[in-house]
Design a protein around this ligand. Structure first.
Ligand code: SF4
Length: 95
């Protein structure tokens, strides 16, 4: 490999990482949006309620700026895109 190829390869690598984050930002309209895909999958998170069970009435939910805004979850760290109308397998009734 020539020395002159390294900067271009690094540029492409970094560019690919930046491009991979753009869809999340565009969809949510927020620059600080983040999801924890591994835990979402492990806990079978879904963006819709399961009967009358939803994130808004779960004790683990961390509400967003309004009742309908995306929030967080105490058992899914680093995820700022938990829907109040979502649900997962460890739902626990808020008391
Ligand atoms: S534990 Fe599950 S149901 Fe409860 S807030 Fe978190 S993602 Fe929603």
């Amino acid at each position: 490999m020539k020395k002159s190829q390294m900067p271009r390869r690094q540029f492409l690598k970094i560019g690919g990482a930046v491009l991979a984050t753009i869809p999340i930002t565009i969809v949510s309209g927020r620059t600080d949006a983040a999801t924890n895909a591994a835990l979402r999958t492990a806990l079978k998170y879904q963006g819709k309620p399961e009967g009358d069970k939803n994130c808004a009435n779960c004790m683990q939910f961390v509400p967003g700026a309004s009742a309908t805004a995306m929030g967080g979850c105490k058992v899914i760290p680093g995820d700022t895109e938990i829907s109040p109308q979502g649900y997962c397998s460890v739902w626990a009734k808020k008391v």
